[in-house]
Design a protein around this ligand. Structure first.
Ligand code: ZN
Ligand code: CU
Length: 392
């Protein structure tokens, strides 16, 4: 049937080396092997972690690579042993919805094999299989199905959605309903799920509580929305870029604070605003100084602070008395969600209006413009850019 079983030549944005623009290339995508799925990528968000790998990664290895890990698409073909996914090679658009015989899917960076100790434990989403690619940022070379100009191209975070086609193991693919806008629900593949889940699952924000969210990019805004949906009575958004305040307010923030406008430490400002500190704080920046401030902003006795922002560069510190005083400091990866189970439900929450994704999309452009989208992200002028990867 059509392209099934054959090598597909398609367009992809290749990162040949660190700190350089991506280059649009024709790449070859091999057919899916055992337990693998080849996906036609329809749309992808551009996330800060893509930039991190390109510009700030500790390991400046893993090039050439195809970046992108916040995508959505349709199943083009499946390898042996895949029974839960239906392939289909054609699609058409009807009111922004992609109509195809093939299942609609979202690749997930934190896989769910369902069999390892971590998948089986109700408290964890740290699937053992994910760490192969998460610890280095890239999938092992033998697992890559991409080549270009005679070279193997690495698959960033195992996903590589800046390509018209990509191949993933089925443990890292979530099947979703047939009628959701893929150019919106793609955001559930990383940023929005990460922030939303950090509030709901990791912090376990409670009804009537007071919360603070540090950093109002996509992840922070999603955390604000999570606090709101969990019933927080007061949600304080903290950011030095006041351009983000409007969106934060529309997603549920009740108070907005710019630390630059205060001469005292932000933890003191928040403590005064809340009679001794917030019940829950979420750090969505990836900056160790902010992580410390977020902890210090919590009320003693029961305050919970969650580290959501990603960094593996710096050590962090805090005075032990902060924890001795009864605060809890935790971290969250992919919002604590087990992806294959959770993403289909989050998609339904988007369709019912419980989760707002439209508010996050500030820019839309074709894949060819990926370098422009990276510039927008670097300068902080966007929340999310969605790239339309395949239009036919
Ligand atoms: Zn697992
Ligand atoms: Cu991401």
């Amino acid at each position: 049937m059509g392209t099934s079983g054959k090598v597909i030549k398609c367009r992809a944005a290749v990162a040949w080396k660190p700190n350089a623009p991506l280059v649009m290339e024709e790449i070859e995508v091999a057919p899916p092997q055992k337990h693998e799925i080849r996906i036609k990528v329809i749309a992808t968000g551009v996330c800060h972690t893509d930039l991190y790998h390109l510009f700030e990664g500790k390991l400046q290895e893993g090039f050439p690579a195809v970046l992108g890990h916040e995508g959505a698409g349709i199943v083009e073909s499946v390898g042996p042993g895949v029974t839960d996914f239906k392939p289909g090679q054609n699609f058409k658009y009807l009111n922004h919805v992609c109509v195809s015989v093939g299942d609609n899917v979202i690749p997930i960076v934190v896989s769910q094999c369902g069999e390892c100790r971590f998948c089986k434990h109700p408290k964890s989403n740290m699937c053992e299989q994910s760490w192969k690619s998460l610890s280095t940022g890239i999938m092992p070379e033998e697992d890559s199905r991409f080549t270009c100009r005679g070279k193997v191209i690495f698959q960033f975070m195992g996903t590589s959605t800046f390509s018209e086609y990509t191949v993933l193991n089925q443990i890292a693919v979530a099947k979703i309903c047939d009628d959701a806008r893929l150019d919106r629900v793609c955001l559930l593949g990383c940023g929005v799920a990460t922030g939303y889940g950090a509030a709901i699952n990791t912090a376990q924000v409670t009804q009537g509580s007071v919360c603070a969210v540090f950093g109002l990019g996509a992840v922070g805004l999603a955390a604000v929305m999570g606090c709101r949906n969990a019933g927080a009575s007061r949600i304080i958004g903290v950011d030095i870029n006041e351009d983000k305040f409007g969106k934060a307010r529309s997603l549920g923030a009740t108070d907005l604070v710019n630390p630059k406008k205060h001469s005292k430490p932000i933890s003191e400002v928040l403590s005064e605003m809340t009679n001794g500190g917030v019940d829950f704080s979420l750090e969505c920046v990836g900056n160790v100084a902010v992580m410390r401030s977020a902890l210090e902003s919590c009320v003693r006795g029961w305050g919970v602070s969650v580290v959501v922002g990603w960094t593996d560069v710096d050590d962090f510190s805090a005075r032990p008395i902060q924890l001795i005083a009864g605060k809890t400091w935790k971290g969250s990866l992919f919002g604590g969600f087990k992806g294959k189970d959770a993403i289909p439900k989050l998609v339904l929450d988007y369709k019912s209006g419980r989760i707002n994704l439209d508010e996050f999309v500030t820019h839309t452009m074709p894949l060819d413009k990926v370098n422009d989208s990276i510039e927008l992200m670097k300068t902080g002028t966007c929340i999310r850019t969605v790239l339309n990867v395949s239009s036919k």
